[in-house]
Design a protein around this ligand. Structure first.
Ligand code: MG
Length: 452
């Protein structure tokens, strides 16, 4: 059976892999698994109104009542599902994927992405022909909500508004023509910061810099920081859950380092707590957490696994190396606007430039690469991967992770969203990490070629 749910929801090219029929069918299956009251939100993609209507009709057809949240960031929908006590939600978005993509992220009653087991139930039901439609007099109803104000208020309430406002901070935002432009500038100005924006108009074609912020495509943000003297810059992804931060000098900060900075600040106030992260995250996080007497709880790659571990064990901070950070006191999901508010809090607390705070985080050199791997070979590659690395310290929680005596490591795993195997490596210096990546890219390439 083909798997529809990838690392984070179901996604595909609109009207080719991700059709109206698929959206409707998945929504019907999701609705019958989630329960009666289901939220629907959408991002600003050009195809999102079409997909939203398909999702709404699928949900109504199985008797769900739809709570239509309109155009909202994913984390706003997630927060409001929990806060309104709904049974779940469906967010129409392809997150950071290019504009021709769309998809859905399905949210459980606790406002967190559904577990892998629930994904399997929904898929199973869909592939068996879907649930029985409701009789005509049991078809659901639609109710509209305006959730931006309560969501923004909730984020602002999690930080010290008075302290932040007293510092006269300036923040530069690149909302990438995505839905963050509806919340991030408002949160920052509500906190008394001076706000400067670029790519701040909603546009489903993402004409500014694409929907995925990377250290390479944030030149406009860098220029904005330079022109305004902003203390902090942030680039958001298409649906507002992930963000890349930039210091006052225009240096992009990798997700690992923003996570370790926030962990450093958070554990400074809550010593000994546990931080959840995926096994692709830098060892630098563990160094910081250990310094505060805390512990890192490692999970498989994927925000769902981080969030679910936080919910299950009650941990209050989590994150991923790609810039997705979960602040449990607000809500244990990735939330770009919440992270912006926390960074303003950190700047206000420390009264120090962001570049100095980042420079104090542990220094490791990281590298990522990928090797083409057809989807049908992934299972076999996964089975044979341990053979590539025999005799070393090997962790097979997700793909294969090898750790060497000096702390350097490499993780190889088949991608959940693309026909590639990804390699992540880290070492104390650039030369070592590139050597490790090169060696394993070669071995993996030969393994895959041998299977074709
Ligand atoms: Mg996203």
């Amino acid at each position: 059976m083909a798997r529809l749910f990838g690392t984070n929801g179901v996604r595909g090219v609109v009207n080719r892999d991700f059709t109206v029929e698929l959206a409707q069918g998945l929504a019907a299956a999701a609705g019958s698994v989630l329960g009666k009251e289901v939220a629907v939100g959408r991002d600003a993609r050009t195809s999102s109104p079409m997909v939203r209507d398909a999702v709404v009709s699928g949900l109504l057809s199985v008797g769900c009542n739809v709570h239509d949240m309109g155009v909202v960031p994913t984390p706003a929908l997630q927060y409001m599902v929990k806060s309104l006590g709904l049974d779940g939600g469906v967010m129409v978005t392809a997150s950071h994927n290019p504009p021709q993509f769309n998809g859905v992220k399905v949210v459980a009653a606790d406002g967190v992405e559904i577990s892998r087991a629930t994904e399997d139930r929904i898929e199973g039901l869909h592939f068996k022909g879907g649930p029985e439609p409701a009789p005509w007099n049991m078809v659901g109803a639609v109710r509209e909500h305006d959730i931006l104000e309560p969501y923004i208020g909730a984020v602002v309430s999690r930080v010290d508004h008075g302290l932040i406002a007293s510092r006269g901070l300036k923040v530069a935002l690149d909302t990438g023509n995505g839905v963050s432009c509806l919340v991030a500038p408002l949160v920052a100005s509500r906190l008394g910061a001076g706000v400067y924006t670029v790519n701040a108009e909603l546009d489903g074609g993402f004409p500014g810099r694409g929907s995925e912020p990377t250290p390479e495509n944030l030149d406009a943000l860098r220029d904005l920081i330079g022109a305004t003297g902003a203390d902090l810059g942030i680039g958001f992804d298409g649906d507002g859950d992930r963000s890349i931060i930039m210091d006052e000098k225009g240096e992009a900060v990798w997700g690992d380092k923003s996570l370790s900075l926030i962990a450093d600040w958070y554990l400074g106030r809550h010593a000994g707590e546990t931080v959840v992260t995926s096994i692709s995250t830098s060892k630098g996080l563990e160094d910081v957490v250990n310094r505060h007497g805390g512990r890192v709880h490692w999970v498989r790659v994927g925000s769902v696994d981080v969030s679910r571990a936080m919910v299950e064990h009650g941990y209050l901070l989590g994150g991923e190396e790609n810039g997705g950070i979960m602040y449990g006191p607000h809500h244990p999901v990735r939330d770009g606007a919440m992270i912006m508010a926390l960074l303003l809090q950190i700047l206000a607390d420390t009264r120090r430039p962001l570049s100095e705070l980042i420079a104090e985080q542990p220094i490791y050199s990281k590298a990522k690469d990928k090797v083409d791997c057809p989807d049908e070979l992934k299972e076999e590659v996964l089975r044979r991967l341990p053979g590539l690395v025999e005799g070393l310290d090997v962790d097979t929680m997700d793909g294969v992770k090898v750790t060497y005596g000096d702390g350097s490591w490499i993780l190889i795993r088949p991608s959940g969203t693309e026909p590639v195997c990804r390699l992540y490596a880290e070492a104390r210096d650039r030369e070592t990490v590139m050597g490790i990546i090169g060696e394993y890219k070669d071995r993996l390439g030969k393994l895959i070629a041998g299977l074709q």
